[in-house]
Design a binder for this molecule. Sequence first.
Ligand code: ASP
Length: 443
Amino acid sequence: MKKLAAHWQILIALLLATLLASGFRALDGIFAEDDWGRGVMLNTITVCGFVGGLFIQALKMIIVPLVMSAIISGIASLGGVEGFGRLGLKTVGFYMTTTFFAVLVGLLLVNTIQPGLSGGEPDLEIRAALEQQAAGASDEEKEKVAVAGEKKAGDFADLFKKMIPPNVVQAASNNGQLLGLIFFSILFAVAMTQLPVDRMSPLSGSIQGIYDVMIRVTQWIMALAPIGVFGLMVPTIYESGVELFVVLGKYFGTVVVALGLHLFVVMPLVLKYIGKIDPLAHFRGMRMALLTAFSTASSSATLPETMHCIQNNAGVSKRISSFTLPLGATVNMDGTALYECVAVLFVAQVMGENFGLAAQFAVVVTALLTSIGVAGVPSASLVAILLILNSSGVKNADMAVVALLSVDRLLDMSRTAVNVFGDSCAAVCIARSEGEAIYATSD
Ligand code: ASP
């Protein structure tokens, strides 16, 4: 019997998890507090969450050795860093431009749809729903937002300080901030290429071996992805505050349509006209990475699969992908920047703060900059949102962010897919500009 393609397996897992979690939600109202049925249900959800957690942990486990070995062997296989400066400039330029496009899309939609207003006035029904949701939020959620509220703009700038890590082992201990590790790996690779051949070859061979091993491990982990995704999704959907989705329908709609515009219109145009790449073929090549990003809500955890897809399906060299993708997972977040912009202006609208052109411009700039510093982990951008709201003097920002946090997961999943797709577009466009024969060239 022919085996079902991996992306179908994941889609089926997503569907089954949605059905089961929705069933559980329906049973919630039927079971009494001490019903044995409720006990079975809650235990099932806990087991699912445990299995999903193991899946994410397995993906995270390989990030550090994968990133290091990919960068070092990628540079070493070319015998040096020739053209590396050019590659760096192109990558950073691409990331900044596309993130700027994303923010503009968000800005345009939030101003057109005005999800926080009703008849031109702050929507009081939404304000009351946010207040109610925040009042019922768990202590953990409140604590998370309180900690986030203490962050200052300087904490985001610290990211650049971390680029040269005072301790490599410590730098490698935070999957969300890979910049230090990337810098160290590039330095290591360059120094390695300057060793005499007899000293460099064994080292280079071993690191190449580590990379191959990591790719093999990625494949094993991804073979279990349908089970992992099912486990992740059951508690996520069960716990999502569906009631608030209805009141916040316009807000959710704005975010989803804006993300969709960026993903399905803006980036395909970039692929077609800048990269001369067939967008459909690229979507097809990246579908496993997109599904993984959607299910895990973490660009960092998705990185091994993104690298696998871009090298095997798109045919981008290790030299380019090993540099652009880890960097992208850390600093390039189109979906996040777009979301920050929409969320901040939405809260401002609900709270009756009138953001003029200058204030909106400030939001755009801060969303652009903070999206660079946001870690590639679930709900990371809420810290940046709170920072922008507080610095703009919006009242009750903490309350609004606590409420948004409790319904964040589905939006987080969607923006993470957009983040990962943006990284992959950079990799193929840059590879193409460097003369690599990408699978899906359209000219
Ligand atoms: N979860 C997102 C990511 O990993 C970051 C965020 O927007 O919260 O890319």
